[in-house]
Write a protein that binds this ligand. Structure first.
Ligand SMILES: [Zn+2]
Length: 323
């Protein structure tokens, strides 16, 4: 299997949005990619400028970052032709690799806008090289900038940044520099298309954790009542577990709970709620085994949040009484 390392540059509206623009917030104006073989050696490259159809003037913010001269854009090719050519170049057996998680979503939004056939009907795996770099060189997900990673690895800076080809080229170099080969199976999942049915929901195991991607629900309440979303099965033995720290939300868009397996100890579930372009709510749940100390820390956070809530309610009741 080859690695197709891709990077996109895009333009966005200058000010107010028309209906047309609402469907395409980010118009792709350049596609750059390098192909690496199984040994992660570069065996090909792809670079095309796209003639914009929706945002013909560069947004000044984008212009400050993206380095594409106007005359190049004017001589660009239409998106659908370029995309077809690109997919042919990709071949049959490959996995997409990107820096961060935004590019594949925008790629699919642009394809949808032009009525092109879907890249996939369901979530598909890709490698987020930014994540792999963090895990390999810093021991955790750090979300460093591309420039930071390139300099820290001493990679020769021989092509310009903020052009799709340059950024893809550097991302490829960083992918080649990943030392821990096990990380090359730490897939991320693109969720532009979520599972359509319960049977199609995704359960994937990684060393030390498990990921679940749900089908769509009409709203958050329906999602948080679903038995699969709420279930805690030990990721090591599959046994149904009882929760020892019940669901709570530490602010933001996710929930936490901890369950206990008599054989394997504590298991943390993190439930993130996300929205599709069509407004459906879906869940990404990650489960991993944790230590007793981590369990105690999470229990402490929940107790603190409950306490703050209790005090607020108490205060509201008292002020209510005074009136
Ligand atoms: Zn177990």
């Amino acid at each position: 299997m080859n690695y197709v390392v891709i990077d996109l540059e895009w333009n966005q509206p200058i000010d107010g949005r028309s209906n047309e623009e609402r469907e395409l917030c980010f118009e792709i104006i350049e596609i750059g990619a390098v192909m690496l073989n199984e040994k992660r050696q570069q065996i090909g490259d792809f670079s095309r400028v796209i003639k914009p159809q929706v945002y013909k003037k560069m947004n000044s913010y984008t212009k400050g970052i993206v380095n594409i001269p106007t005359f190049e854009l004017e001589h660009g090719e239409p998106f659908p032709d370029t995309m077809k050519e690109f997919l042919e170049w990709c071949g049959e057996d490959y996995i997409f690799c990107t820096w961060g998680s935004g590019d594949l979503v925008e790629l699919q939004r642009n394809m949808k806008y032009y009525g092109m056939k879907n890249l996939a009907k369901e979530p598909f795996p890709y490698l987020d090289v930014q994540k792999l770099y963090g895990l390999d060189y810093e021991g955790r997900k750090t979300a460093r900038s591309l420039e930071y990673a390139v300099s820290s690895l001493g990679i020769k800076q021989e092509v310009p940044y903020h052009r799709a080809f340059g950024d893809a080229y550097y991302t490829g170099k960083i992918l080649s520099a990943i030392r821990n080969e096990e990380l090359l199976t730490r897939y991320s999942y693109d969720t532009f298309h979520i599972p359509k049915t319960r049977a199609a929901e995704l359960h994937v195991s990684f060393p030390g954790y498990e990921k679940y991607i749900s089908r769509g629900f009409p709203d958050k309440i329906a999602a948080m009542q679903d038995r699969e979303v709420l279930s805690s099965r030990c990721i090591l033995c599959g046994k149904k577990l009882r929760k020892c720290v019940r669901n709570f939300t530490p602010g933001g868009k996710y929930y936490l709970n901890v369950a206990f397996c008599e054989e394997h100890g504590y298991m943390k579930s993190k439930i993130r709620l996300k929205k599709t372009d069509g407004g459906r709510v879906y869940v990404i749940k990650t489960q991993k085994m944790i230590s007793a100390d981590e369990m105690a820390e999470i229990a402490g956070r929940r107790a603190h949040i409950q306490e703050v809530k209790r005090i607020k309610e108490e205060m509201m009741r008292r002020t209510g009484k005074k009136e």
